[in-house]
Design a protein around this ligand. Structure first.
Ligand code: IMP
Ligand code: MG
Length: 177
């Protein structure tokens, strides 16, 4: 894979399509087992999680629903001060098992702020599944239940993740050079 140039930044190959898809398949198998008979709702956090959600959901073979919300706290390469709900929750989550799908946990701020809101709607359970977990960057306590990759505290793009809106359409994930 050649390097990827987006605006002023250069990125180098980090995780390829095959590795990503293999981990997502493993995760789907695990969730199929853990949630059999529970009819979970997958709650996908836009924008970054749309590809992860699509590829995972295609491999869910148990009865399940999917829905989307949009939370944002990122501008460029740093987290902005506050978390906003740009598109809210339509599904009725009361007494339902919820699996949140996030592209990446960085500081943890987004989910740390959102979780109490979700819990106030009375779900039966809430678990968090992430594609990428930047463990060293965590500043706000968030319990990650399923993680495909633990990654170092470096900015990444591709497979749904962006730098200033760009780079989401790469099948592979790149790391800032
Ligand atoms: P947190 O609130 O700091 O955990 O950040 C979570 C959100 O920030 C993620 O859902 C991403 O949309 C974005 N984000 C965090 N790290 C990166 C990165 O390395 N590349 C692209 N987006 C990122
Ligand atoms: Mg995101």
């Amino acid at each position: 894979m050649p390097t990827l140039k987006i605006l002023d930044k250069e990125f180098v190959p980090y995780l390829n399509e095959k590795e990503i898809q293999e981990k997502i398949t493993e995760l789907a198998h695990q969730i199929n087992k853990d949630y059999a008979g529970k009819k979970p709702i997958f709650l996908s956090i836009l924008n970054g999680s749309f590809l992860f959600t699509a590829d995972l959901f295609k491999q869910i073979t148990i009865e399940a629903e999917v829905c989307f919300i949009k939370l944002a706290s990122y501008k460029g390469m740093t987290s902005s001060g506050n978390v906003i709900t740009a598109i809210g929750l339509e599904a009725n989550v009361s007494n339902r098992h919820i699996v949140i799908l996030e592209d990446i946990i960085d500081t943890g701020k987004t989910l740390h702020h959102y979780l109490p809101q979700l819990v106030s709607n009375g779900p039966a359970s809430v678990k968090i599944a992430v594609l990428l977990n930047k463990k060293e960057a965590l500043q706000f306590p968030v319990q990650v239940d399923y993680s495909c990759f633990d990654i170092p505290n470096k900015f990444v793009v591709g497979y749904g993740l962006d730098y200033d809106g760009l780079g989401r359409n790469s099948k592979d994930i790149y790391q800032l050079k």
